[in-house]
Write a protein that binds this ligand. Sequence first.
Ligand SMILES: Cc1cc2nc3c(=O)[nH]c(=O)nc-3n(C[C@H](O)[C@H](O)[C@H](O)COP(=O)(O)O)c2cc1C
Length: 140
Amino acid sequence: MKVFIGYVSLSGNTEKMAISIKNRMKAVGCEVYMERLDTVEVDALKDFDLAFIGLYTWNLEDVPYEANEFYEEIDQVDFAGVKVALFGAGDLTHSKPCAAMDILSDKMKRFGFDVYDRVLKIHHESSTYEQLRKCEDFAE
Ligand SMILES: Cc1cc2nc3c(=O)[nH]c(=O)nc-3n(C[C@H](O)[C@H](O)[C@H](O)COP(=O)(O)O)c2cc1C
């Protein structure tokens, strides 16, 4: 299985989640490609069996600026069947925790992506044993 992991992370929490997912997918024999989202073209996701996309949230109303181009590129209607799973770190006590993930999910669904119903939202710190375990379970 060919898996893509794209993410943006400022203080490193979402990045740790990405690494944990990568390790798990590799351990079960997947071919894994990982990149920061600001260097990724959305079209490239069509070449993978599954894409994990990770975002932090810093402002209720926006996707992070490094993901802007990726977000804007989702403007075609032929992404049907492209499978995506979303993850990210945020403040789970917030009124709309990890809102950037929900904004991206809504747009991806509108353009045909097959977005997994289950998303992984981690509260701030993602390096505890329990948090990393959650990432691995999610990957599985
Ligand atoms: C200025 C600032 C604004 C934030 N705004 C939000 C927010 O609107 N919603 C949310 O869920 N988390 C918010 N957070 C929490 C971050 O998403 C959280 O610290 C996350 O772990 C950052 O991920 P990263 O380490 O991958 O950059 C905010 C954090 C900061 C410092």
